[in-house]
Design a protein around this ligand. Structure first.
Ligand SMILES: C[S@@+](CC[C@H](N)C(=O)[O-])C[C@H]1O[C@@H](n2cnc3c(N)ncnc32)[C@H](O)[C@@H]1O
Length: 305
């Protein structure tokens, strides 16, 4: 099972998913409204001309109202997570600090595993006062431990040039540059081409607007996140047999990435426009396998309205 797209409020849909997927989801990424005010409109069609279609509202009567929306939904998310799952909660400065306190209460502060500072690369735009040019992704586990693929190449970044010049002065029989370090009497070897472990500031996954070649990825849905960001998250927090959930999936970025990485996925969104865009996007990705009597096309997204 898996690979389904559901139209509806995740608060209503998550308990239904819990009964259909009793072993739970290994990875949940959620990118809710940000408490930014107003309504987000889509830019659909060739060249992504603005057509003014409202995608979703992000207007709340203040932070308390916003948290009142988020609280039961985070609790419902927790209920559908597997024992070794993680939640990646994506927000920005307008709500992340209050949401952290809220999520600590729901998951327990000891289950807070850290945060990613994502730098979309759009540049400062405020005319008075400091511009905020990053967003924050809070990471919580549900159980004692959680899936985290520490050695995945997706969680590596290149060594700094200075470090490469100063330290990587050896070459092995295959021509690979390396350095060795002795720590507590044990010698460790590090290869230049493997890169170093990624830190918590991610500035190498540019936003849709920050890098024009990414226009190809764009669906016109507002606040669509880049596939490079989700690729890293899905590669970090799930295994091939994992079920991945995005309960506010928008244009379906998480689902598209999960499909490409061979994970099973479920997406929910209450916006009919999001549902239509995500359905189209996912249908394009699904390659119909040749059908025989014994095999069934497994991955065409099923749509529940
Ligand atoms: C920031 S957008 C998500 C964008 C998405 N990550 C992408 O890459 O396209 C937030 C989404 O949350 C959806 N949403 C808001 N409240 C919801 C709820 N209670 N249940 C399901 N979806 C909801 C909105 O319709 C909107 O599509």
């Amino acid at each position: 099972m898996g690979n389904e797209l559901v139209l509806g409020d995740c608060l209503v849909e998550l308990p239904k998913l819990a009964s259909r997927y009793p072993s739970g989801f290994d990875l949940v990424y959620v990118d809710p409204p940000f408490n930014a005010g107003g309504t987000r409109s889509a830019r659909e069609g060739r060249g992504h001309r603005a057509d003014g279609a409202a995608a979703y509202r992000d207007a709340w009567g203040g932070i308390d109202d916003f948290l009142a929306m988020l609280q039961p939904r985070l609790a419902a998310i927790r209920d559908v997570m597997s024992a070794r799952a993680s939640l990646w909660l994506h927000l920005d400065h307008r709500a992340v600090h209050d949401a952290k306190v809220l999520a600590d209460r729901i998951f327990g502060s000891r289950c807070f595993e850290g945060e990613v500072i994502w730098v979309p690369g759009n540049g400062g735009r405020r005319r008075s006062g400091p511009s905020v040019t990053h967003q924050t992704i809070l990471i919580y586990r549900k159980g004692k431990d959680f899936i985290y693929n520490l050695d995945s190449p997706a969680l590596r970044e290149p060594y700094a040039d200075t470090s490469l010049r100063m330290h990587f002065n050896n070459t092995d029989a295959d021509g690979r540059r390396f350095r060795e370090r002795s720590i507590n009497g044990k010698t460790y070897r590090y290869y230049a081409d493997q890169g170093r472990r990624l830190g918590s500031v991610w500035s190498d996954c540019p936003a849709m607007r920050a890098n024009t070649p990414l226009i190809d990825e764009g669906t016109g849905y507002p606040t669509q996140k880049p596939e490079s960001l989700l690729t890293r998250i899905v590669a970090a927090g799930s295994l091939e047999q994992s079920l991945v959930l995005d309960p506010m999936c928008g244009s379906g970025t998480t689902l598209a990435v999960a499909q490409k990485l061979g994970r099973r996925w479920v997406g929910v969104d209450q916006s009919p426009l999001a549902h239509r865009i995500a359905k189209k996007r996912l249908a394009k990705l699904v390659v119909e396998p040749r059908q025989t009597r014994r095999t069934r096309a497994p991955s065409r997204p099923s749509v529940r309205d």
